[in-house]
Write a protein that binds this ligand. Structure first.
Ligand SMILES: [Zn+2]
Ligand SMILES: [Zn+2]
Ligand SMILES: [Zn+2]
Length: 720
């Protein structure tokens, strides 16, 4: 229980004030904040003062309000009452600290905002006991699903893992047989989860001792749900629906006027001093550039500029000015003018809107803690996630979130990402449901990711620029590739869910055979490649345009998805699986044809070549495609029918390439005297006389290589 006299600050260190404040010494804190302001002559710190807690905030009784909610018979009204409550209190509870570099602080949020929700959900003031009882309904979990934080250790077993993405958390590993096997330790980049208990991830020793299966294992999902009392289920469903609807409305919008009018307070439109200029993250500008621009726009010191830039880097956005519309617009204009080449993204909102959005983010964490309590809650929550709100044109809330990615910022995106994992991914049926929604929207999500880079990545540091200079040599590319560079681009994007979905063997097969996933992925990439075509071949030119360079790297990361999807070779093939694999394979051949014969060079004599043509991009592409090709060959080696289909398609592609190839430079005269007769393997053939010292050659002949690979498999098959 909360001490009613204390001011509740976030449990999140990042937003905590240095001093612990109670109602008794709140004035001291304000004085201190003011004193801070006096010391520095910066505009930054004098924008707004930490307001004295209003009587309204101090006297609010969360228990009383919670009980009021609970005893409302008519459930329909609860959303209205909550909206009214949030409209009044959220903008007071979440405010920017006087000193903007300290970000948003929280005042009595537990008592005012969350306690009433708890009381409503659990149906009692004694929520602690209720939680104990709800926990006791759970059966012991047979899967772990622990979410990895960045830099947390993970364990991979060479003997038992189905593929290298299957990992254990430390707790599970220490309690498993794998500690006696040939294991490898790794450090997580964050966002993945422990695979303990997933039969598709392990060849043997699926469960650790903590997650051993038990006797009543054949209990159905309905049984899990039915163990919760029916009134609790009803309230949970109602509350989750209200909260999710609110969260999606607030987070997935680019326009603050779009949110329901019931949530807009008096500081929304018109004249007031409570507007805020928000600076967003991007991948193009360096810290130094941002700090420099900030020092001009808001006259802050270098140190303050650095603090603000780090805050933006961590959260994805932050406030840099609070004041009237004019004051905020001035700052915005200065920033836009000073970064005219690629403007830093910077928007003006009413401060209350930012508070509501911040609250929506906090609600996601709140919901996550609730669904972790009970399998039943988790199931109800999943149901709410795939519901449609009328105004969303028939798409589910989950899809709405996936498609709104470009409007989200780092911390909001990662909060949604976590809740997807914690809800859908903990149950194979729901995971499948999510996978279908994901696949349905894959191309759009991917296109947004490639084309709208505003906020996916942090301000670049210098090492990125170093890697992209033209003097790059081959060993460096290899090293570069090994560190999975382009993969880093996905660190904060929904697309990193791909690895969780596509490496689940049965799901991958299902997505290929029933949702044509192979073709969808390649199609997306092909569509992107259209703009890079020159006479039917991919052509990359040197560019110093950083955002273009980043764009193609992001685009290439789609090839990882393909690698995951085809990573595990199926044991059985169905008609649909073969058919859709071949569909995907045919478009993949199209991609190879675009690469076949690209970057042709003729030997130069007599003059020094001053500028190397761009060759690194093609090389990077080939390296990535290599592992996909070997997966494709593995798939074909398992199934004769598939092999024949793929063999034929490759042959046709090769014939097409031959037909459309430009060979004019080889025809030396009209009598075709450049044709020579030769014998290969007792086979007489006509071919063009080709002088490698004079004629242009290309090292990229992927279709021929693929064809040879197929022939080898075919020979092996017929021998057996
Ligand atoms: Zn675990
Ligand atoms: Zn375990
Ligand atoms: Zn093992």
């Amino acid at each position: 229980m909360d001490d009613a006299d204390s001011i509740d600050l976030s449990d999140n260190d990042e937003f905590m004030l240095d001093v612990e404040i109670t109602a008794a010494n709140v004035q001291d804190a304000i004085n201190m904040a003011l004193a801070d302001d006096d010391n520095s002559n910066s505009n930054l710190t004098t924008n707004v003062d930490l307001p004295q807690l209003s009587d309204e905030l101090i006297n609010f009784d969360g228990n009383k309000f919670g009980e009021e909610l609970l005893f409302k018979i008519d459930n329909d009204n609860i959303e209205k009452i909550l909206y009214q409550h949030w409209k009044t209190f959220v903008p007071q509870c979440y405010i920017y600290h006087t000193n903007l570099i300290k970000g948003i602080i929280e005042q009595r949020t537990q008592e005012i905002l969350f306690r009433p929700l708890d009381i409503y959900l659990y149906g009692t003031l004694n929520t602690d006991d209720a939680i104990q009882i709800i926990r006791s309904y759970n059966k012991k979990s047979t899967v772990c699903g622990h979410l990895f934080k960045s830099e947390e250790p993970t364990y991979f077993c060479r003997d038992c893992c189905v593929d290298p993405t299957c990992v254990l958390c430390t707790d599970c590993f220490l309690q498993s047989e794998h500690r006696k096997h040939r294991y490898k330790m790794n450090v997580s980049a964050g966002g993945g989860y422990c695979d303990c208990g997933d039969p598709e991830a392990w060849k043997q020793n699926v469960h650790c001792n903590l997650h051993l299966p038990h006797d009543d294992n054949n209990e159905s999902a309905d049984d899990i749900l039915n163990r919760l009392p029916s009134d609790l289920r009803l309230r949970a469903k109602n509350l989750f629906n209200i909260l999710l609807r609110f969260i999606i409305k607030l987070l997935c919008t680019g326009n603050y006027q779009d949110i329901p009018n019931e949530l807009k307070n008096e500081y929304w439109d018109g004249d007031h001093k409570n507007y805020v200029t928000i600076l967003f993250n991007d991948e193009v500008h360096t810290y130094d550039q941002v700090i420099h621009v900030l020092s001009r726009a808001i006259q802050c010191t270098k140190q303050e500029g650095h603090e603000l830039a780090s805050l933006v880097d961590r959260e994805g956005r932050t406030a840099i000015r609070i004041g009237t519309t004019e004051q905020c617009r001035d700052v915005q204009q200065t920033i836009r003018i000073r970064t005219a080449d690629v403007p830093l993204k910077c928007e003006i909102y009413p401060n209350s809107f930012i508070s509501l959005q911040y609250f929506a983010q906090k609600l996601l964490t709140y919901l996550q803690n609730i669904i972790e309590l009970s399998d039943g809650f988790r199931r109800i929550f999943c149901e709410c996630e795939i519901e449609c709100d009328d105004e969303l044109d028939d798409i589910t809330r989950t899809e709405k979130a996936l498609l709104s990615e470009k409007m989200l910022w780092k911390s909001a995106r990662s909060a949604l990402h976590q809740i997807f994992i914690n809800s859908f991914f903990m149950d194979s049926e729901w995971k499948k449901t999510f996978a279908i929604l994901y696949m349905k929207n894959y191309s759009t999500v991917w296109r947004n990711f490639v084309k709208d880079p505003d906020e996916y990545v942090s301000f670049t540091d210098l090492s990125v620029q170093v890697y992209t200079v033209p003097t790059l040599c081959y060993p460096m590319i290899i090293r570069h590739y090994r560190t999975d560079f382009s993969f880093l681009y996905r660190a904060d994007c929904f697309l990193r869910l791909s690895v969780q979905l596509f490496t689940t063997n049965s799901l991958a097969k299902y997505l290929i055979s029933s949702h044509n996933a192979f073709q969808t992925i390649v199609d997306s990439f092909l569509e992107y490649c259209q703009s890079k075509l020159d006479h039917g071949k991919l052509l990359f030119s040197r560019t110093t345009n950083a955002s273009l360079q980043h764009e193609f790297r992001r685009a290439q990361s789609i090839l990882y998805d393909l690698k995951y999807l085809l990573g595990v070779v199926p044991q059985e093939y169905t008609v649909e699986l073969r058919e859709n694999f071949l569909n995907g394979f045919r478009v993949f051949l199209q991609l190879l044809s675009y690469m076949h014969g690209m970057d042709k060079v003729a030997r130069q004599v007599g003059q020094h070549v001053e500028f190397d043509p761009e060759w690194e991009t093609a090389f990077n592409l080939v390296i990535k495609i290599q592992s996909i090709i070997s997966s494709i060959l593995d798939w074909c080696a398992q199934d004769k029918e598939l092999l024949l289909g793929a063999y034929e398609a490759t042959g046709l592609a090769l014939a097409e390439i031959q037909k459309t190839s430009d060979i004019s430079h080889l025809i030396k005269d009209k009598n075709n005297s450049s044709i020579v007769k030769t014998t290969v393997n007792d086979l007489k053939v006509d071919c063009y006389a080709y002088d490698v010292a004079k004629d242009p050659i290309s090292v990229h002949i992927p279709v021929v290589r693929l064809f040879v690979g197929k022939i080898l498999i075919k020979e092996r098959k017929t021998k057996n």
